[in-house]
Design a binder for this molecule. Sequence first.
Ligand SMILES: *[C@@H]1O[C@H](CO)[C@@H](O)[C@H](O)[C@H]1NC(C)=O
Ligand SMILES: *[C@@H]1O[C@H](CO)[C@@H](O)[C@H](O)[C@H]1NC(C)=O
Ligand SMILES: *[C@@H]1O[C@H](CO)[C@@H](O)[C@H](O)[C@H]1NC(C)=O
Ligand SMILES: *[C@@H]1O[C@H](CO)[C@@H](O)[C@H](O)[C@H]1NC(C)=O
Ligand SMILES: *[C@@H]1O[C@H](CO)[C@@H](O)[C@H](O)[C@H]1NC(C)=O
Length: 401
Amino acid sequence: MRNRSISLVFITLILWAIVTYFLIFYKSNKNKSKYKFGLQMNKLENEINELISINAQLLQEFNIQHIQSYNKYENATYKVNSLHNKNYSLKTREFMKVYDENKRKSIVRSDFHNTTDVSQPDQSDIDVPPIEKKFKGYFKIARHYGWALNEIFFKFAYETAIVIEDDLDIAPDFFEYFLGTHFLLTADPSLWCISAWNDNGKSDLVDLKSPHLLYRTDFFPGLGWMLTRNLWQELSPKWPKSYWDDWIREPEQRKNRSCIRPELSRTRTFGKFGVSNGLFYEKHLQFIKLNQQLVPFTKMNLTYLLKEYYDHAFVNEVYKSEVVAHTDLKANKITPLGSIRLPYYTRQTYKTVAKIFGLMDDFKSGVPRTGYRGIVTFFYGGRRAYLTPTSSWSGYDKSWN
Ligand SMILES: *[C@@H]1O[C@H](CO)[C@@H](O)[C@H](O)[C@H]1NC(C)=O
Ligand SMILES: *[C@@H]1O[C@H](CO)[C@@H](O)[C@H](O)[C@H]1NC(C)=O
Ligand SMILES: *[C@@H]1O[C@H](CO)[C@@H](O)[C@H](O)[C@H]1NC(C)=O
Ligand SMILES: *[C@@H]1O[C@H](CO)[C@@H](O)[C@H](O)[C@H]1NC(C)=O
Ligand SMILES: *[C@@H]1O[C@H](CO)[C@@H](O)[C@H](O)[C@H]1NC(C)=O
């Protein structure tokens, strides 16, 4: 299931698996709406591996901090910026180096006004089938996600949560992005998440001049994402024991639903030493461009992202683009301006072309990263490019992996 080279990194490095939760609470009464922001920082699962420390696996602690502040909706931007100005990213980096629980709490408190700390009560070791022993980290992560989301949605009764692993830097408009797109999640049942992440968000594959640009995607990106309690009510009874991110991408869970993702990522991982990120980080993640501008999403009309508007306009725009040979695009031999299209008809052509341009070439449950209706959008040599299946596309083929 998992790539062996990735598991190798897992067993030779000190592991960090910390997840941070920012929460948005949405409550509406007659003519007033209030947002409650919060931050739920959770566990530090710190394992030191057998190769490093004489067969010892130290599961240090699970620690959750939950930080929240009240403010009126119309003042959200102010609060969001004031949170950012305190340099959250820097603090989480510090946080990673601190083992003392109280010190950790105070680091986070210095960034946020109102903090609630919640600790994972289950510090026990976890049962893993012998054959998957080296993937134990994934089992712990899934257990922790399940527990933490139960707390957030069922105990604290939040309507909406933003999940962030704490090895992520966030963009200046991170909260603004989630606030601005929040209404889409409730208005459009064909959406099930908002994500801050573009899997193909490297500098040379995005339009750096379009930080406002957002897309729909059938590929669940994670890495800074927002979900609602309704979704959690649906997923929690069957939450898996491990590999939750691949599980959530299966058709049985996804049910044809999509996420919103930005052209320019609003998160960037510095987690070279995460449970799964070692080689993947070296090869790919470290090149993802983090947006640095403030886009006023809450003041923009984002209705175009609703399925009823988006699909028709997007598919039209894509399939009217001129078809070109990928070799010409690569060699910069295209004269007409405007968007272009690179058709693919097989799994192998997709992979070949994706590799040539430095796009992620993998599929999960048949869906290519960032794909929407099979279409993968990127920016190359100053123009918009679409990798497209046939225009009569009728669904993903799960055997494409
Ligand atoms: C927003 O918050 C700031 C700082 O607390 C305050 O000075 C300002 O009046 C608020 N604006 C609105 C519209 O509530
Ligand atoms: C936050 O800290 C980082 C790392 O030191 C620094 O590069 C960045 O400029 C800081 N950002 C703000 C808004 O202070
Ligand atoms: C902190 O959050 C709690 C829970 O939402 C709330 O009851 C309390 O009034 C808040 N305190 C401050 C100082 O904002
Ligand atoms: C998803 O969409 C495909 C193609 O449009 C359809 O055949 C399938 O039944 C849908 N699956 C679910 C679970 O809605
Ligand atoms: C917002 O965008 C939608 C879809 O593009 C459009 O139909 C609507 O008129 C726009 N609303 C405003 C206030 O501009």
